[in-house]
Design a protein around this ligand. Structure first.
Ligand code: NDP
Ligand code: 2IT
Length: 449
């Protein structure tokens, strides 16, 4: 075989599946990227000669460890802990920690792989990683959460550091968990550095970090609509999820004059035809982050309908924001959205849309923003938190919001530059190629490492 023989998607995926058996989410994430990046690679043989895609799909290292902790009844419990350090070509490993009973290596590898491209798109010097545990935080007391986080960090602390790997939050990991983990890290290392992001403001956290992912996703939607001469103002919106990303996506939609009709959690969705308002949003935030209750309580309080065990995609609306979890928008959901006259879809979550659903959405010519571009605002402000920690200063809300807006605008522009075909923007192609080029060029420059 000649050194520059063209890559072929099918052969590439056969090899990847063989090397990573059973990791279906990881296969799915790689295939979505490979399908758009391989034609680009074939036009730029230097990436074939350097085996860039093969190397980019293999994490630098994967750390798996046991986490033992004591529950409130005195019983010893055991969970799995992980950190997948995916790629540090353009900066220290950076990415969230997920605590959810479904966490496994396939899910963390898909998330770490996505993070490589997302972090590259932010314009900031951040490599990619992801970690977490199959620990289920639901129903646990604050003390149990604390003991789990301390035990988890006791091992994780050996592998991270401000110039090595900087974790943050994701599903099941918010301000409470980051605080417990940062406290333990500080105690073990006897140092005060910005080794985690998403910290509270009192100890090195950044303003608008908690809002950043949701706000960024809505800014991205606004950029896409403006590119077509349209705007969010006056549009009805479907939002799924009711956690960190969904809450602040909903807030920004309202601020830009849109109407939020739905929210969801793992037990179902609420449909509020009147739309969310500030009071309802405050109730939601209190319900989900303080009381840790169920979304059905919103329906009881505001006398609207709770659809148990269902997703919101069959409700008629203009815009959709899946902000809960992976594969929550399947083929039938895409058909429902198309039937309901949806104009555009922006992924607040990571890989919420299945491959079959994306194919249907593309065929229907809808505007579609992949998560690695649209939800990059969160990690971007994490990057700004790292900068503030390094220079030991804290920037103002206005300054940070302006920087976030500019970063989302810049990501949109990169998608336009690499994804425009016959005056239409393919945001999946644009985000994948733009994210790829920066990391790939760094890897080529380093040689075989
Ligand atoms: P949270 O834990 O704050 O909220 C998660 C929400 O999704 C909850 O409403 C939860 O419902 C719901 N959910 C979780 N798992 C499932 C499931 N299997 N089926 C249905 N609903 C589910 O997480 P975030 O808001 O931080 O994260 C949401 C998504 O956004 C994830 O895909 C994450 O990777 C992504 N993301 C997050 C970023 C961040 O900065 N936090 C940055 C970029 C992306 P329930 O309470 O019932 O579990
Ligand atoms: O998926 C993501 O980008 C995140 N969970 C945020 C990562 C971060 O380091 O802020």
């Amino acid at each position: 075989m000649s050194k520059t023989e063209e890559l072929n998607l099918e052969d590439f995926m056969t090899g990847l599946i063989k090397r990573n058996p059973g990791e279906t989410e990881f296969h799915q994430a790689v295939e979505e990227v490979a399908a758009t990046v391989i034609p680009f690679i074939n036009k730029n043989p230097i990436y074939i000669e350097n085996q860039i895609l093969e190397r980019m799909t293999e994490p630098d290292r994967t750390i798996i460890f046991r986490v033992c902790w004591e529950d409130d009844s005195g019983k010893i419990r055991t969970n799995k802990g992980y950190r997948v350090q995916f790629n540090n070509s353009i900066g220290p490993y950076k990415g969230g920690l997920r605590f959810h009973h479904s966490v496994n290596l396939s899910i963390l590898k898909f998330l770490g792989f996505e993070q490589t491209f997302k972090n590259s798109l932010t314009t900031l010097p951040m490599g990619a990683g992801k970690g977490g545990s199959d620990f289920n935080p639901k129903g646990k007391s604050d003390r149990e959460i604390m003991r789990f986080c301390q035990s988890f960090m006791t091992e994780l602390s050996k592998h991270i550091g401000p110039d090595i790997d900087v974790p943050a939050g994701d599903i099941g990991v918010g301000a409470r968990e980051i605080s417990f983990m940062f406290g333990q890290y500080k105690r073990l290392k006897n140092e005060f550095t910005g080794t985690l992001t998403g910290k509270a403001l009192e100890f090195g956290g950044s303003l608008i970090r908690k809002e950043a992912t949701g706000y960024g996703a809505v800014y991205f939607m606004e950029e896409m609509l403006q590119h077509r001469g349209d705007t969010i103002k006056g549009k009805s919106c479907l939002v799924s999820g009711s956690g960190n990303v969904a809450q602040f996506a909903a807030q920004k939609i309202m601020q830009l004059g849109g109407k939020v009709l739905t929210l969801s959690d793992s037990s179902g969705f609420i449909h509020d035809p009147e739309g969310l308002n500030d009071e309802k949003l405050n109730y939601l935030i209190e319900l989900k982050t303080v009381r840790r209750g169920r979304i059905s309580e919103y329906a009881e309080k505001y006398k609207c309908h709770f659809h148990e065990g269902k997703r919101p995609w069959a409700i008629k609306a203009d815009l959709a924001f899946p902000c809960a979890t992976q594969n929550e928008l399947e083929l039938q959901d895409a058909k429902d959205l198309i039937k309901g006259g949806i104009i555009a879809i922006t992924e607040g979550a990571n890989m919420p849309t299945t491959h079959e659903a994306i194919t249907a959405i593309k065929k229907a010519n809808l505007v579609f923003a992949p998560g690695k571009a649209a939800n990059a605002g969160g990690v971007a402000v994490s990057g700004l938190e790292m900068t503030q920690n390094s220079i030991r200063l804290a920037w103002s809300r206005e300054e940070l919001e302006e920087r976030l807006k500019n970063i989302m605008r810049e990501i949109h522009q990169q998608c336009v530059n690499y994804g425009t075909e016959e005056k239409q923007v393919d945001y999946i192609k644009g985000a994948n190629i733009a994210g790829f080029v920066k990391v790939a060029n760094a890897m080529v420059a380093y040689g075989a490492v």
